[in-house]
Structures are given as structure tokens and as C-alpha cells.
Unconditional design. Sequence first.
Length: 254
Amino acid sequence: MSTNEFDRPAPSLSGRTIFITGANGFIGRAMSARFRALGAVVRGVDLAADPAGDVVAGDITRPETWAAAPTGLEGADTVIHTAALLGAAFPLKQAWHVNVLGTSRVLRAAIDAGVRRFVHFSSVAAYGFEFPDGVDETYPVHVNGDVYTDTKVNSEAVVLAAHGAGEIDVTVIRLAMSGVPARCGSVRRSPRCARGLAFRCPTAETASSPRCTSTTSSTAWCSPCHSMMRWARFSTSPTAKVCGAPISSAGWRG
């Protein structure tokens, strides 16, 4: 038997029901397709409905308008929360309303519906802009006045508090750069995206217990595209490992 973790077969998700917020985004769509291929029933919510994909139209800050829909939260085993306002271009009040309050309301709706696990997509932005090479989930997060950083730190606090209270099992995933082929050329022009990140991708097994995972696993949803210099390889599989060790940022400096 091979001991190479890249050779591990994908798990069967037969009998599982997974609900994805932001289901029409490129990460949401890729996860939906992958989970269905593994046997799961997949539903979701996004600003625009997609009846063919069991995606209901809704606002994450108002889950009462969609949670009880036939393709809503009822009967779901896991909620994967990807919906958010990205970046620092939004006013703090608006970003907080979506990224923190919206997360809190989706989380509460999931708990009320009897969902067992909540997977929260956060960001390495939660570490701020200065962190050492090889940073992983043990490194502390902190607010720094940046809208995106601060709302991600606070959204993590919301979901981890619910886990700590025993209300629901929570996994927090801190993504770095994610993209599709048309966007991947920017990798070579974005030194900071590679700085000090541990490349690890959660699978159905590794997401089975509460944890915070720092990852650029979002690159695992890219189709093959430019490698991140010599350090990372991209894969079409959302459960693929990207590489096995922290990278060095030395090659990006100077």
C-alpha cells in the first residue's frame, strides 16, 4: 500500500447532504460538482437562484427567507459557508453586516435546523499583513484596522464561540489566493500571496473534527495553470493536496 498522501482515494459522500453558501461562486460551483461526484446531495444559496443546481436565491443576512425552502437547510449534515464580501473595498459597516453578522445568522440557522457541522471559509488575511515564513494555524490572528482582516477575525470568533459552547462542530479554513485559469497568471505578479503559507487542503476526513486550518487549498479548485514558481502545483480536485510542506518566501523577494 502506498504511503504517499497524494494517492489516498477520495472518500464516498453517499448519504450526505451538504449545503453551500455562495454556491454560484467559482469555489462553490467546483465544490458542488465534486461533492456530487462523490455521492453527496448538494444544495445551496446565492444571490441568484439556480434551480438546476438546487441553489435557492437569498441573502445570507436574512436566512429566514430561504432556510426553510425545500432546498434549504433542513436535513443537511454540513454547511460550507463561502459567501462573503472579499477585500477591503467595502465600507466597514457593509462588510461587517455581511461577513460577521451574515455569518452569525447562517450559523444560527444551521444550528436551529440540526446541522451537525459548519465549515467556515475564512482567510489568511486574519493573520494581518506581516507573518513569518511557514505560518500555520497555531499562529495568532489579530485585527489591524483593515476591513477584510477585521471582519474575518471577528467572523472566526463567532463560529468558534458556537463550537466552544457545544452547539455545533466547526472547522475554520483560512484560504489564501484562489482562482481559475484566467486569473492564475496573476500568481507570478503577487509575491505576497505565497508568503509563509502552509499548503494543506482539508478533505472530508480532516474536516471531521473542529480545527483551524491555514491553507491555500483554494488553488486545488483551479484547473491546471501556472505553477507558483517551483513550490506549488495546481490540481482539478477539490480534495487534492497542493504540496506537503510550508514554502519559503525567499524566492519572491528582491
